[in-house]
Every structure is written in C-alpha cells, then in structure tokens.
Ligand binder design. Structure first.
Ligand code: SAH
Length: 296
C-alpha cells in the first residue's frame, strides 16, 4: 500500500534535537502517518499531541501509534490553531514541538486526492477535505492576474502569465476539473526546448497546491505561537521542503530570537539529509531542518 511508503525524513536529526528521552509532552503539528511521532513516543515522550488537517492521515497515524494510545492524542486541526488545540487538551508549556511541513507521500500518491498529474482524476488538492475550496473551484473563479501571481510566486514559474492566460481561455470552454486536463493545458502553454528534466506542469501544480492549502499564510504567526509554548530547554524543530517555506522559517526564527532573549537559534545552518538518506528516500533531498530553543 502506498501509505506505507512515507519514510520520515531526518529522523535521527529530529531525535537529537528534540531529546524525547527527557520525557514530557511533545507536539507533532504534522503527525502525518506517525513516523516522527512514533520515534518521539518510543524515545521517551511521556505524552504526544499529534495534529493533522488530513483525516486520512490521522487514521493511518492512529493505527501506527496504536500501542501508545494511552499516551498519544490525535487531533484533526490546522496547526495554526495550535493554541486552541493545546488549551482544549489541558496542555500549557511543552517539552518539544515538531512541524514537518508540506504534503506526505500518501497524499501525493493516494488515488483521488488530485495532487498529482501522474494520474487523471478530480482536481481537488485539499489536504483537509472537510473544508475549503478545491483547486477546481478556485481555478474556476480566480482572475487571470491573481492566477499568474500565484503561479509565479508559489511555483517560481517564469511563464506564469502564459500559463494563466491558457487556463483562463480553456475554462471559458469547459470547467477545468481534472488533473489531466490541467496538466495538458499547462504543458501546451509552457514553451519548451528539447529535453526536459521535469514535467513542465510540476511548478504550476506545486503553486496551486500551496495556494489551495494556504500553506505559507500565517506560517510565521504559527511559529511564534509554538515558540511561546516551549518550556525552558525545549525546542521547536521545523522541516521544510522548498525555499519559499525555508525562507519564512529562517526569517521568523531570527525575528523571534531577536525579540526574546530567552529564545535562540540552535541550527546556525539548516541541517539536511546525508547522502545515504537521500539514496534511500529521494524526498529527503530538499529537506531542511531548523530549530529554536528556549534557554533554561
Ligand atoms: N512527519 C510525518 C509526515 C508529515 S507529512 C510522518 O513522519 O509520518 C506532512 C503532513 O502535514 C501531512 O499529513 C499534511 O496533511 C499535514 N499538514 C500540512 N499542513 C498542515 C496544517 N496547516 N495543519 C495541520 N496539518 C498539516
């Protein structure tokens, strides 16, 4: 099953940074399939709060963490709601927080989620299918300029204007509600010369995914909230998978450390996966891990 294929990234590095052997309550803000969470529980965390906005992921995590059910609480929420989640569970300050941002391989690979152009299916792309608009809904009503901006900013697509124009033209004929149709429109719109390392639809799909899930909105405020929850000696560790996210984490950590002398950056440079890990798990290639600590 594809869901077994999500290998947790930078597992040893996260363990070393968060030191679950100290015990106490840890929060995994993106519990996903439970890989990092299991390491924290096996490593000595007394209690774990696992948050995810994807109910399918929570079902897998719940099975993965089954034998720890007396110590693990799984919550369907957006991590930007961390304060409400912790308050509702009677948790004040915590011994460590992890956020492993982005999508899981289960979300990318599972049928019917609409994240991938490798299969033709409804264009959904929502991590949380209980709320919000799908990619198809958004594409249907967005204006061309905003669409071009989204594709440029979140996809770093040089040909964003062409792609946006092609999408707006095509939708005037019939709604763009499948991954296959969208991919075909984008591939036709992007000029290409000979060999291509990546599918020309990759950048636009990434952009739409970030937009649909508002992945960068409020990331800074979330990091500030999470840092405020740290006990003395506790750390907040964040894994990112692309430069847009990593930039926000880097700048926000700097701002947090500047504003509060009790908080300091632990990773002067972000940690990344060793060659052996990348070989085992290509997803680890672009992973960057940064951490901040509340001093004792
Ligand atoms: N560390 C996990 C994998 C995490 S993959 C493991 O070891 O298995 C990233 C997860 O973050 C996905 O399941 C996704 O649904 C979740 N996610 C992304 N953005 C989120 C948000 N804003 N709030 C809560 N969960 C989010």
């Amino acid at each position: 099953m594809s869901e077994q294929q999500h290998v947790p990234v930078l597992l040893d590095e996260v363990r070393t940074l968060l030191q679950p052997e100290r015990g106490g309550t840890f929060v995994d803000c993106t519990v996903g399939l439970g890989g990092h969470a299991r390491m924290l529980l096996e490593g000595g965390a007394t209690r774990l709060i696992g948050i995810d906005r994807d109910t399918d992921a929570l079902a897998v995590a719940s099975a993965e963490l089954g034998r720890f059910s007396d110590r693990a609480t799984l919550v369907h929420a957006d991590y930007r709601e961390i304060d409400a989640v912790l308050d509702a569970n009677g948790v004040g300050e915590v011994s460590g927080v992890l956020a492993d941002l982005g999508v899981s391989s289960m979300q990318l690979d599972a049928e019917g989620r609409g994240f991938s152009f490798r299969r033709d299916e409804p264009l959904d792309m929502r991590m949380d299918r209980t709320r919000g608009e799908t990619a198809a809904d958004l594409i249907d009503r967005v204006d061309e300029h905003e669409l071009a901006d989204v594709i440029y900013q979140f996809g770093e697509e040089r040909h964003s204007r062409r792609v946006a124009r092609a999408i707006v033209r095509a939708r005037a004929e019939t709604p763009i509600d499948t991954t296959g149709r969208l991919a075909a429109i984008v591939r036709r719109a992007v000029p290409h010369h000979g060999y291509q390392r990546i599918d020309p639809a990759t950048r636009t799909f990434q952009a739409l995914r970030i937009w649909v899930n508002r992945e960068l909105d409020g990331l800074d405020a979330f990091l500030e909230r999470a840092a405020r929850r740290l006990l003395a000696g506790a750390r907040l560790a964040v894994i990112t998978f692309h430069s847009l996210e990593d930039r926000i984490v880097k700048h926000t950590f700097r701002a947090i450390a500047k504003a509060d002398e009790q908080l300091g950056i632990v990773t002067r440079r972000p940690l990344s996966a060793a060659d052996a890990e990348v070989e085992r798990n290509p997803r680890a290639r672009s992973a960057k891990l940064r951490a901040i600590e509340r001093f004792a």
